[in-house]
Design a protein around this ligand. Structure first.
Ligand SMILES: Nc1nc2c(ncn2[C@@H]2O[C@H](COP(=O)(O)OP(=O)(O)OP(=O)(O)O)[C@@H](O)[C@H]2O)c(=O)[nH]1
Ligand SMILES: [Mg+2]
Length: 310
């Protein structure tokens, strides 16, 4: 595949093509990933999630800018471009590219949530593998934290930053959405607004439960992307978490745990594909008839299929 060769020679256009190929699950995308996989494993992935409009994009851009300025190749994957705040993926991307340091070391990619359902998390993970293999040092993943799909997406990240704002009920909502559990670093953005201290200590109290169970400090950082405050502290805490994971061996353990899950996911997909291509051999309609007429049941029929496959 010529495009892969170009990719391996650091060709940006080839990068974009390979990402689209993988994202769209185009023909033989698994072969492409298999070829690139051995080159991956060096990038550090940071997930940013939180309610709509919390300032995720603003903070991601600022954090990315810091990495870019220190010469790191930095990729941003924005999932959920249908957001009312950013108003469309492509326009958003162009504006954001212009905002970031003009070093040519940045890469921004939006991924559509529409119609992709549960496959979005694995597509995001695979796009990370592509960026990683290309040589990106940092990959920042932005997604609105509203449901299970989003939680699965940020699970790809090594460090998860949950961004909240000083609005009453926000912390409760975040807890309901499962954000408290997945957070490594809490960021209270828009701390230029009234009530920030109060909400910060509210979060602090809730996080105490988490702190007692683990050996990480789960810091709560107050930031204002608007005023430019707290950003250095946010950078420091993200790096501290990275150091914590690496020095305690948790990084390796997490990685292996995720790989085990991933192998199972692929097995499921591949086996189901195999069953689907051969289901004709098993005469699905006859199975249904047997069940309807009381001679069999769905469990027995499924077992029969598996028995014949192996
Ligand atoms: N007052 C204040 N406004 C902020 C701050 N950070 C971001 N904003 C504003 O909040 C709005 C949303 O910011 P975004 O960075 O787009 O937020 P987001 O979380 O990425 O939004 P979605 O991706 O649409 O969910 C914009 O109008 C920002 O200018 C902040 O620290 N203080
Ligand atoms: Mg955004």
């Amino acid at each position: 595949m010529a495009v892969i060769d170009k990719f391996l020679q650091n060709d940006r256009r080839a990068l974009a093509k390979v990402i689209s190929h993988v994202e769209n699950r185009a023909e033989k995308y698994r072969d492409v990933l298999a070829r690139l996989y051995p080159k991956s494993g060096k990038a550090y992935k940071i997930g940013f999630t939180g309610p709509p409009g919390a300032g995720k994009s603003s903070l991601v851009d600022i954090i990315a800018d810091g990495y870019l300025k220190s010469g790191e190749l930095t990729g941003i994957i924005a999932v959920d471009p249908s957001s009312p705040f950013t108003g469309g993926a492509l326009l958003g991307d162009r504006i954001r590219m212009a905002r970031l340091s003009n070093t040519g070391n940045a890469y921004i990619r939006s991924m559509a949530t529409r119609g992709s359902g549960g496959g979005l998390a694995s597509a995001t993970k695979d796009v990370c593998v592509v960026l990683d293999a290309f040589g990106f040092d940092k990959i920042l993943i932005e997604t609105v934290g509203v449901g299970q799909v989003e939680l699965d997406i940020v699970d790809t990240a090594d460090t998860v930053v949950v961004i909240l704002v000083p609005e009453s009920g926000d912390t409760i909502q975040a807890m309901k959405a499962g954000l408290m559990e997945i957070a490594d670093v809490f960021c209270l953005n828009k701390s230029d607004r009234e009530g920030a201290d109060r909400i910060a200590s509210e979060i602090d109290m809730m996080v105490d439960v988490k702190r007692r169970m683990g050996d990480w400090a789960y810091p709560v950082v107050q930031t204002s992307a608007l005023k430019g405050t707290g950003l250095e502290e946010l950078r420091t805490q993200i790096l501290a978490h990275q150091d914590f994971l690496k020095s305690t061996g948790k990084f390796e353990r997490r990685r292996k745990r995720k790989l085990r899950v991933e192998i199972y996911q692929h097995l499921q997909e591949l086996l189901l594909d195999e069953v689907k291509t051969r289901i004709g051999d098993f005469k699905l309609d006859e199975m249904v008839e047997r069940i309807v007429s009381g001679q069999s049941d769905p469990f027995t029929e499924a077992e029969r299929v598996v028995g014949k496959l192996f």
